[in-house]
Design a protein around this ligand. Structure first.
Ligand SMILES: C[S@@+](CC[C@H](N)C(=O)[O-])C[C@H]1O[C@@H](n2cnc3c(N)ncnc32)[C@H](O)[C@@H]1O
Length: 273
């Protein structure tokens, strides 16, 4: 099944703006997990690789980052970036992480030699988490850390006051992703699944925000509202009347003090004993 958000250039650019807004949170998470120079790190579901580039900088010339995504477009974009920036420590591979990997595809991933794995906004799109979790459990070395940023309650995404159209939009997104086999609240299932794989939870925290319209986390939500309704409309889930109501609501939120609550994003840091 093709990736529900698409891999066209507009979405790639949105992912870049999104990474910029969440960059400090991801870097703080890597620090808490002890990622450091010389490490061998995986970026699972890396997209066009905005975080992979930061991880490559973090590990330096003596480390190694392997970035993995199912999208050929994203991986070839990242390879071009790595070459242009002469980041020899950054490698990338096209793989479907929702399917069991054969020995040939596993390659260096099978080795149990990775110091850490970073995985953000991937699990929510996978219809089957087993292949990914098996891969993580085998690829990490003993003492290796997994850092996850996934949502636990996507329907907390809301606008206050007068956020009725935003609320409808949120319901439609959740319906769309569930129809495609995803689970926007996947973070609630991960503790049980990772415990079964023998990993131990080191820490967790909420990365949820509540911001006025002109602040970065609110701008991030408005950016998404500027693009995703078109995809929902293509899927037959969003009508012109709903779009008109949404646009009126967004204009009102610019004119009056308003609060944007993000979907509840959760950080989890796990260790392989
Ligand atoms: C929202 S993007 C997040 C990208 C990146 N992790 C970040 O934080 O910017 C989700 C990514 O998951 C990838 N993806 C979705 N399903 C996948 C699968 N089955 N195997 C590998 N990658 C997948 C998509 O191609 C997309 O690049």
């Amino acid at each position: 099944m093709s990736y529900v958000l698409g891999t066209h250039s507009a979405e790639r650019e949105r992912l870049g703006r999104q990474h910029h807004i969440w960059r400090a949170d991801s870097q703080a998470a890597w620090q808490r997990a002890g990622f450091q120079a010389g490490d061998r790190l995986l970026d699972l579901g890396c997209g066009p690789g905005f975080a992979s580039l930061d991880l490559a900088e973090l590990v330096g010339a003596n480390g190694r980052v392997l970035a993995i995504d199912q999208s050929h477009d994203y991986i070839s974009h990242l390879q071009q970036q790595a070459e242009a920036l002469k980041l020899q420590q950054l490698h990338s591979q096209t793989l479907n992480l929702a399917e069991p990997l054969g020995a040939a595809a596993l390659g260096e991933l099978a080795a149990g030699s990775w110091d850490g794995a970073w995985c953000r906004w991937l699990c929510m799109f996978l219809s089957d988490l087993d292949p990914l979790l098996a891969l993580i459990a085998s690829a990490l070395r003993p003492g290796g850390r997994l850092v996850l940023h996934e949502y636990i309650s996507w329907d907390s995404f809301s606008l206050h006051p007068h956020g009725d159209a935003v609320q409808q939009f949120v319901r439609c997104c959740i319906q769309h992703w569930r129809q495609q086999g995803g689970d926007p609240d996947v973070a609630s299932r991960l503790p049980g699944l990772l415990e079964q794989r023998g990993l131990q939870l080191l820490s967790s925290r909420s990365l949820m925000a509540c911001s006025p319209s002109n602040q970065p986390k609110a701008l991030w939500l408005q950016d998404f509202l500027g693009s995703y309704p078109l995809q929902l409309a293509d899927a037959g889930l969003w009508s012109p009347g709903q779009q008109e109501a949404l646009e009126q609501e967004l204009a009102q939120a610019q004119r009056h003090p308003s609060l944007w609550v993000t979907p509840a994003l959760v950080e989890q840091i796990w260790i392989k004993p």
